[in-house]
Design a protein around this ligand. Structure first.
Ligand code: GLU
Length: 280
């Protein structure tokens, strides 16, 4: 197959917050295979925007683990920490369009008012109570250079959003019911995952996003951001999550299944990857 013979552009987007585990390896393998089979290219995005959570050492160990597994990508790697001006420009676009507002309610206020905790990925948040929203016609303050209040995206309540997922099939969500107004910029002056992800898919020209099924609910929020920023979303392919023996999702705390531990135990990349072959 001729390399890069198609317009397909995929990405691997690890967060340097811990050791990669088998679940990451599986999702990344699917992403890499889909790019290879499409004759497209694969980029590496280092999701290092959240300075409170990321550790510099994990950038190097993540890259090493990915190389060990045999993945290759087009250089240079893209680091989100280099893209702050892009995220800020997108925030300004949303502000100018009147789509965001500052919200002083604490996480606890929101959780208490929302009732049930929200399950899903670490990027999920409870449905924002509409009684906390400022009225549509109330004046919106200017954006400060250093942001010290959460800014939320006002979602179009009642709209039904749909997308066709390449793996999970047709997905539908009711806006305002399945998710509500969500944070685009945090009070600690860090842009949210939802915003950074959409801005980067656009900036990197990503044509298909391959990631874990825990992010399906985030995808609906991101669809609203693509629309608000005037861009067509990429295709989505959400891989089924890998479960452990107890049926629990693999998370970074399952150290026994980290790629580092497996490697120390003498497991080879071929042995790991041979288990994924029937997934596509
Ligand atoms: N770094 C994000 C995560 O690990 C990536 C999500 C994505 O692929 O969009 O949760």
């Amino acid at each position: 197959m001729v390399k890069n013979s198609s317009s397909y552009v995929g990405r691997l987007a690890p967060s340097p917050t811990g050791d990669l585990h088998l679940g990451h390896a599986r999702t990344f393998w699917i992403a890499a295979e889909r790019a290879r089979q499409a004759g497209g290219k694969l980029l590496l995005r280092n999701d290092d925007i959240d300075a409170n959570r990321f550790k510099f050492d994990y950038v190097a160990t993540t890259i090493e683990d990915l190389h060990w597994l045999g993945f290759t990508w087009e250089e240079p790697m893209v680091s989100q920490s280099d893209h702050i001006p892009l995220y800020r420009a997108a925030l300004q676009t949303l502000h100018t369009a009147g789509l965001i507002y500052p919200c002083a309610h604490s996480r606890r206020d929101v959780l208490e008012a929302a009732g049930a905790p929200h399950e899903g990925s670490e990027h999920d948040e409870p449905v924002y109570p509409t009684q906390f929203r400022p009225p549509v016609d109330s004046p919106v303050p200017e954006l400060k250079d250093t942001i010290s209040i959460n800014w939320r995206f006002r979602v179009p309540d009642g709209e039904e959003l749909t997308f066709q997922d390449g793996s999970a099939g047709k997905q539908t969500a009711r806006v305002g019911h399945d998710f509500g107004d969500f944070v685009v910029w945090r009070k600690d002056n860090i842009p949210s995952y939802q915003l950074t992800c959409v801005v980067d898919e656009i900036a990197m020209g990503i044509t298909e996003v391959v990631r874990g099924a825990d992010l399906i609910r985030s995808t609906f929020r991101q669809l609203l951001l693509f629309r608000a920023l005037g861009h067509t979303p990429p295709a989505f392919y959400h891989c089924p999550l890998m479960l452990d023996d107890q049926g629990e999702r693999l998370a970074k705390r399952h150290d026994s299944l980290s790629l580092r531990t497996l490697r120390e135990q003498g497991v080879t990349p071929e042995e790991i990857i041979s288990k994924f072959g029937d997934l596509l």
